[in-house]
Design a protein. Sequence first.
Lengths: 111, 112
Amino acid sequence: KQEVTQIPAALSVPEGENLVLNCSFTDSAIYNLQWFRQDPGKGLTSLLLIQSSQREQTSGRLNASLDKSSGRSTLYIAASQPGDSATYLCAVGVSWGKFQFGAGTQVVVTP
Amino acid sequence: EAQVTQNPRYLITVTGKKLTVTCSQNMNHEYMSWYRQDPGLGLRQIYYSMNVEVTDKGDVPEGYKVSRKEKRNFPLILESPSPNQTSLYFCASSLSTVYEQYFGPGTRLTVT
């Protein structure tokens, strides 16, 4: 069974520093991988979706890479801001319609 | 505004009293899914639907039922809720399974 891991569970960085968030998965046969952010008490907001045939996706300050052979995706957030404080989750498409989520990385960006 | 709505947002109920959590999307999405989120366990998929009348089990389907009679609606039914179904529930939808998922605001359910 696919296992999705996000390490570290929590991260604190000063404002302006680049954020690097990791998502690891055990089975490289994935359909896609999606990154979300979740604010306390709120739903999930989609950040980036990478298809299995892609290596990376970019949106503004966000860049996500995918390396299926090593079972890893990395989300980079450039020049972090206090508004980037949230929990970041990755979700792996493991089969047609089925998704496995990581437990998330809680990020605090201090002014 | 494109959105996924869930009702109710908060619900406290007692063991064994049947309940339904509604989910509706206005984006003409074919794919819809239900998840539960528990501390330390993350989000786990309950059921999903590829289209009208097509549903399938996720990782934790026990104790839940779903139906997809219309494209826009995907209700989650708990026929006999138990305390271990106390959780935060999310509905999500996407154009199809290869497109990004959009999530509803969540329903916090407490079963006493």
